[in-house]
Design a protein around this ligand. Structure first.
Ligand code: NAD
Ligand code: IPM
Ligand code: MN
Length: 364
């Protein structure tokens, strides 16, 4: 198949891990006879410096036209002055909004080899397999903001429609999994959460009677996420709670550098990015963990291009590499680690070998 993919490398380690993901996609294209055309554009701090804005109209239009968008990360100390009017993160938010990507899927499946890197006891982690569906284009991120010399405010708003569509997405995912959805809110305090809870209950009861829906308050969820992570299947929550809970959930998997994400709207076009940021503390050293970016590329193949088999080839290669001890510094527990480029070269080789052996199997 032919696909047009926009690549937004961004800032910090963004270009390093995105380069890895693109290299892996090229290896898939070659081994499976696809044609992926990559269009590179700027976003975030790099776009502020070169174009004066964190997301130009041209870049947004290119993303809207593409089959899928692959993103690294945005932000960094250079653009972090709290008084700055223009910030890299605004580009990412405008992109999510501009593409209508209201559902952010963040799977958390700890790899056995990475358990040692997790601060959580291993016996709590075996068998953990959850997916967090984070609402991505509403809530406090997008409400009106005010600022005076001695006060500031951020408005948190949700409409019924915004809640309905993301709850439906979570329930549909649960249908193909273990049929269990936990909706996370703060309904004991927030009006938006009381609306969220009401709508979630109605949609589940009316449209998904076979799904078991439970509600949980976000503060206790933060605790249960690490005390009994095995009990969760699909978690659905509003924008900011989802942001915070998924960085916490990354610790179940051992590192932020292992968690991919897919942001989806109504069609198949999606935005794929690791959940981690631009990691300014390690940027430019060639040691960033590229696995989350590669796994995001796998999600791109699955959700936007409907290439399930090819997605699994990447996931299998990453899993095999971890089993083989091909670990970046964030997972190596102080022992000698592989750099971003070496890890990528090994994955490319695994993809090539895997496909050769599949062809050989077919021949036999
Ligand atoms: P971060 O996720 O960039 O880094 C947190 C810690 O995790 C750091 O110690 C970092 O070195 C480590 N880490 C993250 N990804 C890693 C990887 N792939 N390999 C190895 N180690 C990794 O969070 P932060 O430091 O709070 O934020 C830095 C900047 O990134 C901020 O400007 C923030 O706004 C931005 N950010 C962007 C995105 C995005 O573009 N999607 C996401 C989160 C944060
Ligand atoms: C993420 C990031 C972003 C968010 C920032 C950079 C705007 O933390 O993708 O998780 O808060 O959504
Ligand atoms: Mn985040």
């Amino acid at each position: 198949m032919r696909a047009e993919i926009v690549v937004l490398a961004g800032d910090g380690i963004g270009p390093e891990v995105t380069q890895s993901a693109v290299t892996v996609l090229r290896a898939i294209a070659e081994s499976h006879a696809h044609q992926f055309v990559f269009h590179e554009h700027l976003i975030g701090g790099a776009a502020i410096d070169a174009e004066g804005a964190p997301l130009s109209e041209t870049t947004l239009a290119a993303c809207q036209r593409a089959d899928a968008v692959l993103l690294g990360a945005v932000g960094g100390p250079k653009w972090s002055d709290p008084r700055a009017k223009v910030r890299p993160e605004q580009g990412l938010l405008a992109l999510r909004k501009g593409m209508g990507l209201y559902a952010n899927l963040r799977p958390v499946v700890p790899h056995p080899v990475a358990l040692g890197a997790s601060p959580i006891k291993s016996h709590l982690l075996a068998g953990v397999d959850m997916i967090v569906v984070r609402e991505l284009t509403g809530g406090i991120y997008f409400g009106d903001k005010t600022r005076t010399a001695d006060a500031a405010s951020d408005l948190c708003t949700y409409t019924v429609t915004e809640i309905e569509r993301v709850i439906r997405r979570a329930c549909k995912l649960a249908q193909k999994r273990r049929g269990h959805v936990v909706s996370v809110d703060k309904a004991n305090v927030l009006e938006t959460s009381r609306l969220w809870r009401e709508v979630a209950s109605r949609i589940a009861a009316e449209e998904f009677p076979e799904i078991k829906l439970e509600h949980q308050l976000v503060d206790s969820m933060a605790m249960h996420l690490i005390s009994k992570p095995r009990e969760y299947d699909v978690i659905v929550t509003e924008n900011m709670f989802g942001d915070i809970l998924t960085d916490e959930a990354a610790m179940l998997a051992g590192s932020l550098g292992l968690l991919p994400s897919a942001s989806l709207g109504e069609g198949t076009v999606g935005l794929y990015e690791p959940i981690h940021g631009s990691a300014p503390d390690i940027a430019g050293r060639g040691i960033a963990n590229p696995y989350a970016a590669m796994l995001s590329a796998a999600m791109l193949l699955r959700h936007s291009l409907r290439l399930e088999n090819e997605a699994r080839v990447i996931e299998r290669a990453v899993s095999d590499a971890l089993y083989a001890g091909e670990l970046p510094a964030d997972l190596s527990d102080g022992k000698p680690a592989l750099g971003t480029r070496d890890i990528t070269a090994n994955i490319v080789e695994r993809i090539a070998n895997c496909c050769c052996s599949q062809v050989a199997e077919l021949r036999d």
